[in-house]
Design a protein around this ligand. Sequence first.
Ligand code: PAF
Length: 283
Amino acid sequence: MLKKIKKITDLHRELTEARKSKKKISLVPTMGNLHEGHLSLIKHAQNISEYVVVSIFVNPTQFVAGEDYNKYPRTLDADTESISKLDVNLVFTPDTNEIYSDNYQTPIEVPVSYLESIHCGKSRPGHFRGVVTVVSELFNIVQPDIAIFGEKDYQQLLIIRNLVKNLFLPIEIISLPTVREESGLAMSSRNNYLSQSDRQRAPMLYECIKTTIKSIKNGVKDYVDLEKEAKLFLEKAGFKIDYYSICDLDTLRSPINENLVILAAVWLGKTRLIDNARVHTYD
Ligand code: PAF
């Protein structure tokens, strides 16, 4: 039976019981508006742990001024309904005051300044500070053995891995591949913002990433040129480019070997889409 909990004290009471019976606890942090991507993380959590916590919290500190915090889709009833069909033990849905009291003064900065300063960190200054703050809090509140994140937010994933490594947090971070619609479009709550015509066009982003990967696999080594080509293709198709970058899989710096990931963020109208793919896992 799914327990729905809003208060940290209640959550602690529940988890103390789970810990007493030595259950392995996993946490799937989300901002709600759950789609198949989230559900794949939750299902995996069920397979690898005995107690699954899903958190749903639209975290205000990771939205930069002028972004979509107010209009971000909040679908708590539908979310709890879909979670209750799965074998989740607890859904944690704190109010903003529960996580950030009025005089909240402890934002977390992790020592990964390069990673935070590029790509989404550059376009959305302060975004990752908000992410690591809330993720640190959720880790402290739940104290999970395992936390599971999607690879769609690849830069976020690396930053969270660094957070755990640098602060010696005893949490295993597991990541799972991006779940895509049949068209190839990466599932995202922000896809809801797309107009009908932009929705038809959006899958071209992944098509473009796959084309870049094919070129690399065919031996093209001039990555700057490939990036330029991809940007031109996307611009012609009506996308506005934030970044399109072929980079090192582990550091996101300029590639030094064949261990590559392609990261992209684009605008279609007022909707910002991100996507990525590793070169070596694409067939
Ligand atoms: O990836 C997300 O949905 C959010 O950034 C996260 C990790 C739940 C933190 O708010």
